[in-house]
Design a binder for this molecule. Structure first.
Ligand code: SF4
Length: 330
């Protein structure tokens, strides 16, 4: 039987976004924990969720990772991994004070924003950090130069901004924001501060922009868009918002396929599917299988970018892996 004959024609289809799921920073962070578990053995402590995804965290926990909120919960001298979202310098200092062996899995694209913050603070700029209050990445970046950084949490927060010198102000941003909303925030900031400088390169990362771009392409054709991702994943939550703004009739965020309610599919012909940057593709495949069982077996993948970026593992881990390999060779 040909594939066309095997798939019953129901008029129902799935538009599957590509790129979706794991980005280079998440891949590296998850691999860091996996390699550390192999190299040093369990338990390995991880400060905060390594990436904002329930399934990833549960899987690593089952292998021996222990997730903690703060360094104080890590026994002195143990190994601790810092999450992909980045940490403030004081977190490194605390780790040193407790003689922890720290491995920093901060995404290099977040580290880049930290560098920018340090550089502009050293030049005595006021830095307007566009981001979501309380998000770990924002806390980490702001911790680089607390006296120089103020948070701007979206366009409506612009009116609260005060600066010392309107000629010496720069904006930076969290990496996982809505591209369009950030442009709006910047436009409003520039109305108030015409000499506001922009970051040397985009802070919203390639993975966030690419995932939003493809969702925009498919949204208008979709009766419902299902985004696989966790509620605390900023870029996943943004994907639902972007889908709705771009014309999807409905949008839902789910961690797992079984959370999809049949009522969402009632009367739908086209379902869009994508996933946040911290989501392994097996969860998307489970969603596709779930949809296929409900008549949505025709899957058309819509590709708008080819992602090839990869990041090497943290130096401190690579060094130990090399040493272990040399010891094993004798
Ligand atoms: S979403 Fe972007 S900034 Fe965050 S880990 Fe992935 S590549 Fe890095």
């Amino acid at each position: 039987m040909s594939e066309a004959e095997a798939t019953p024609k129901t008029g129902k289809r799935v538009l599957l976004a590509n790129p979706r799921g794991y980005c280079a920073g998440v891949d590296r962070a998850v691999q860091t924990v996996e390699e550390a578990l192999k190299l040093y053995g369990a338990p390995i402590y991880v400060r905060k969720q390594i990436v904002h995804n329930k399934h990833v965290v549960q899987t690593l926990e089952a292998r021996g990772a222990i997730f903690v909120e703060e360094n104080e919960e890590v026994p002195e001298g143990a190994t601790v991994i810092f999450s992909a979202h980045g940490v403030a310098p004081e977190v490194h200092e605390q780790a040193r004070a407790r003689s922890l062996k720290a491995i920093d899995a901060t995404c290099p694209l977040v580290t880049k924003v930290h560098h920018e913050a340090r550089r502009f603070a050293a030049d005595d700029y006021d830095i307007l950090l566009i981001g979501h209050e309380g998000h770990e990445e924002v806390i980490g970046t702001a911790g680089e130069a607390p006296a120089h950084i103020q948070l701007v949490d979206g366009p409506d927060d612009v009116e609260n901004v005060t600066v010392r010198d309107p000629e010496k102000v720069v904006w930076l941003s969290q990496t996982t924001l809505s591209v369009d909303e950030t442009l709006e925030t910047v436009a409003r900031l520039k109305k108030r501060l015409p000499l506001l400088q922009s970051p040397p390169s985009d802070d919203i990362c390639y993975a966030t922009s690419n995932r939003q771009h493809v969702v925009k392409e498919i949204a208008a054709e979709c009766d419902v868009v299902i985004v696989v991702g966790s509620r605390n994943s900023s870029n996943s939550v943004r994907l639902v918002e972007v889908a709705l703004d771009a014309g999807a009739r409905a949008g839902h965020l789910v961690d797992f396929a079984h959370e999809i309610e049949d009522a969402w599919l009632t009367g739908a012909d086209t379902v869009g599917v994508t996933s946040g940057a911290s989501v392994p593709d097996e969860l998307v495949q489970q969603v596709l299988a779930h949809l296929a069982e409900r008549g949505f077996a025709d899957v058309q993948e819509i590709t708008t970018a080819d992602e090839r970026l990869t990041f090497s593992l943290p130096q401190e881990l690579k060094r130990d892996m090399k040493a272990a390999a040399a010891a094993a060779r004798g």
